[in-house]
Write a protein that binds this ligand. Structure first.
Ligand code: SF4
Ligand code: SF4
Length: 346
């Protein structure tokens, strides 16, 4: 008789790989998005997916309005109902009328226009609201939020799957077994980060696989490795010599996004410091341009202490002193960011 695997077994791992993303350095260049897209989501049916993505914050995000969709767990640890992400929310995969304008002799009469699959003019797309942000003159503000699957320690997607098709590996990576998946999409509803996508061609759910074939060869995931700004660190959470452990556990400046969703995510964020705001007379105040309450909404109350630590250590460095934290965040050698995952992609 085949043994029945418990959800607890499917959700457990021996160690946990994690990513730290420094929002103070991310410039929204989308290199991480493209690095992922060019490797993993070129298949038929996966075109609108961006397993790695970057959106302007505050904003509607990607997929659109993902923070309003529910999923995850409530304060009592019970699953919250979630919403099924739609193709339009993923960007509608609209195309431009290149053929009509450039190949049918219409270049003088027609202009390039986006068209969705239904032939309509799209009203939404990936980064539709790029760089809009919030705040009024003279204090407008925004920052970039780079995201991917969090390979959570308490993954709601695993609990939701009626086929036990989703599980964690020993290193903490969460994968969907494409053989077992039959496209019920309970996982799409359950993930509070909207990080699972449905492929209408294969009729199966797909998500970030943390580049596991690279990780198995000691190479960091493409989104992390290709980041041009040395924004991202990678490694095991319990590796005390690694930057991930130092930023999360030692310095406590890297925080999970929306910890209240209850899934214990393993992508951590260094919150962005910002210039000082102006008052109505145009004088500098002592308040940051990005209101701390805004960052608290994303990262919880611990963000206040993290910001205070970042400010203190930055001041120390500016005054000519030594700061281990600032040296980690600057990362003069890219190798230092990725612990044992410094192998070269083949
Ligand atoms: S982010 Fe979503 S898809 Fe990824 S492990 Fe967590 S619950 Fe599952
Ligand atoms: S590649 Fe790095 S700097 Fe560019 S958007 Fe991604 S995380 Fe930000």
């Amino acid at each position: 008789m085949a043994s029945v695997v418990s959800k607890q077994e499917l959700k457990s791992s021996k160690r946990q790989l994690a990513t730290v993303i420094d929002l103070g350095k991310c410039m929204g260049c989308q290199t991480c998005t493209v690095a992922c897209k060019s490797i993993w989501t070129g298949r038929e049916g996966s075109e609108p997916m961006r397993w790695a993505n970057v959106a302007t914050c505050p904003g509607r995000g990607y997929p659109r309005d993902w923070e309003q969709k529910g999923g995850g767990y409530d304060d009592a640890g019970q699953p919250r109902a979630g919403h099924l992400t739609t193709l339009v929310e993923c960007g509608d995969n609209f195309q431009f009328n290149h053929d009509e304008v450039f190949r049918q002799g219409n270049a003088q009469r027609k202009k390039l226009e986006p068209r969705s699959a239904s032939g309509e003019r799209p009203s939404w797309g990936y980064n539709w609201d790029e760089d809009q942000g919030k705040g009024a003159w003279p204090n407008p503000y925004f920052f970039y939020m780079a995201r991917k699957c969090n390979h959570c320690s308490n993954p709601a997607c695993v609990d939701a799957c009626s086929r036990n098709a989703i599980s964690k590996r020993d290193d903490g990576i969460v994968l969907i077994d494409q053989e077992r998946c039959v496209g019920h999409r309970h996982c799409v509803e359950a993930c509070p980060y909207s990080m699972i996508y449905f492929n209408p061609v294969s009729q199966k759910s797909e998500k970030c696989i943390e580049c596991f074939p690279r990780v198995d060869e000691g190479i960091a995931p493409a989104c992390n490795r290709q980041c041009v700004g040395r924004v991202r660190a990678y490694g095991y959470l319990d590796d005390e010599g690694g930057q991930v452990h130092q930023l999360v556990a030692k310095w406590k400046v890297a925080l999970p996004l929306h910890p209240e969703y209850g899934t214990q995510p393993n992508v951590y964020y260094v919150p962005p410091l910002s210039p000082l705001a102006y008052d109505e007379e145009g004088r500098l105040t002592d308040k940051p341009r990005i209101p701390t309450e805004v960052l608290e909404r994303y990262f919880g109350p611990s963000v206040r202490e993290a910001l205070a630590t970042l400010q203190r250590e930055r001041r120390r460095k500016q005054n000519g002193g030594e700061s281990e934290l600032m040296d980690i965040l600057i990362s003069r050698r890219w190798h230092d960011r990725f612990a044992e995952f410094t192998g070269e992609p083949i």
